[in-house]
Design a protein. Structure first.
Ligand code: BES
Ligand code: ZN
Length: 446
């Protein structure tokens, strides 16, 4: 954070211009638009209590909060209770997703071949215990396998050019009962078949060294029989949740009907308490809900914490899909707070999916310039829930510090690494940005 002279001067001016008359006379004293704005800015900026944010991060980050677990449910109940304690009605929006448990047993052996193979399962590899002739099938493209007889056989396919899932479905279309894919490079990969429903035959991955050696063995020993066993993989339907609190608009004659969504994901990855990722954004969403509660505006503000972001932005996708066309058209901005308080990360940046400015970056830059003397920079990034909103045509941006702390997604993402001054800085920028938008709307609709 930069505590700039501007921020200090702004605070003093706002204090003199508003607090003294408010204390001396009444909260309705400020009569001009300028004084009204100053009073509101004071109410928001002075209203932010960073200890509330910090304490909520502390509560939320006692355990990991993996989507679909009891710990996520506990966090959801806590967030709902907090919204309610600020005077909001709060709704829990639940949704289902498929989770995959990888196999416990995975073996591949080839008759007459003594090298020990260490096959790796793909995410979504299905169980099966099969045996059949191993046939080299190039890259597994249709032109590679058209002339091959794969019926009842195991296809041995090199990685590259088309997806793993497409290789497997091409081979199964030609009758293969199992697939082995081997790397064409010496890197390690965490391969996924992309979708729980994509494949029906057991499939495994081998390294480049294993694959190359197997290919030369097959050249010398055509017709070699392989045995592939995958056991213990399972697919389960699971449930995660979004928590929603809505600040209702005050209806004016000429209301804009606009909606702003402020959001953060409350889930974490396994093993990580996720103090910064993203209890920080969740706790900041709560505090902004508290502070903005009594600011009267004709813009509706929705505070939403999303589940299952870490599993592929599932909660925000469910939320956006659940909106009507009318609601989508009325949402003018999505502020996505994800990793907003690490001591060990760099400076604040904003990210949009196309790297271009939009209403959220404009408002935030105007606010940060006023508060810190310089506008927060922005760049391109597609790694969090703002993507879902942006893809639905809604101006959206992520607030994050860059570069990221080194213990991102590890057990070390704990409360002791959280910086109150970073939290204060982001909360002020977002609070002021939203205030400026809802106040200018109030005025334009008069
Ligand atoms: N908070 C991160 C996103 C992030 C991390 C953005 C570092 C920029 C720098 C988020 O929770 C996350 O981990 N996202 C996943 C992608 C998501 C689609 C599963 C990621 O970036 O790997
Ligand atoms: Zn995150």
């Amino acid at each position: 954070m930069r505590i700039s002279i501007n921020k200090i001067i702004l605070t003093i001016i706002l204090g003199i211009a508003t607090v003294i008359p408010i204390v001396a006379f009444s909260p309705h004293f400020a009569s001009t638009e300028f004084e009204k704005m100053n009073a509101l800015e004071t109410q928001v900026l002075w209203g932010i209590d960073v200890d509330n944010i910090y304490n909520n991060i502390k509560v939320l980050s006692k355990t990991p909060r993996v989507a679909g677990t009891a710990q996520e449910k506990k966090a959801v109940a806590y967030i709902k209770k907090q919204f309610e304690s600020y005077g909001y009605e709060s709704e829990v929006q639940s949704f289902h997703f498929n989770s995959y448990t990888p196999p416990q047993t995975l073996t591949l052996s080839i008759k007459g071949y003594s090298q020990r193979l260490q096959p790796i399962a793909f995410e979504y590899s299905v169980n099966g215990d099969i045996s059949g002739e191993i046939v080299a099938a190039g890259l597994g493209k249709m032109e590679d396998i058209n002339k091959l007889d794969l019926k009842g056989k195991i296809a041995l396919i090199q990685r590259g050019e088309i997806t793993f899932a497409d290789k497997i479905s091409n081979a199964t279309a030609k009758g293969a009962i199992g697939v082995i894919i081997y790397n064409q490079e010496s890197d390690t990969i965490n391969g996924s078949l992309g979708d729980t429903t994509k494949t029906s035959v057991p499939a495994v991955f081998l390294t480049k060294e294993e694959g190359d050696d197997l290919i030369s063995h097959l050249k010398k020993n055509p017709g070699s029989i392989g045995q592939l066993n995958i056991k213990g993989a399972s697919f389960n339907q699971n449930t995660s949740h979004n928590v929603i609190a809505i600040k209702k608009p005050v209806k004016l004659n000429n209301s804009t009907n606009n909606i702003i969504v402020i959001g953060a994901h409350h889930d974490s990855v396994a093993g990580a308490p996720g103090a910064n990722d993203d209890a920080s954004g969740t706790a900041m969403t709560l505090e902004l809900a508290r502070v903005l509660k009594n600011i009267s505006s004709d813009t509706e503000i929705r505070f939403v914490t999303f589940g299952a972001e870490e599993l592929g932005l599932l909660g925000s996708s469910h939320y956006v899909e659940s909106l009507s066309e009318d609601e989508k058209n009325r949402i003018v901005a999505n502020f996505n707070l994800d990793m907003v308080g690490s001591k060990n990360a760099g400076n604040l940046i904003l990210q949009t999916i196309d790297g271009k400015p939009n209403l959220v970056t404009d408002l935030s830059q105007e606010a940060s310039e006023k508060l810190n003397g310089e506008p927060t920079p922005f760049n391109q990034g597609e790694r969090s829930d703002h993507v879902t909103f942006a893809e639905a045509g809604i101006p959206a941006a992520l607030f994050i510090h860059h570069p990221t702390e080194e213990w991102y997604h590890t057990p070390q993402d704990t409360i002791d690494k959280i910086s109150k001054s970073k939290l204060q800085d982001v909360a002020e920028i977002v609070g002021l940005a939203i205030l400026n938008q809802i106040v200018s709307e109030n005025q334009s609709s008069k």
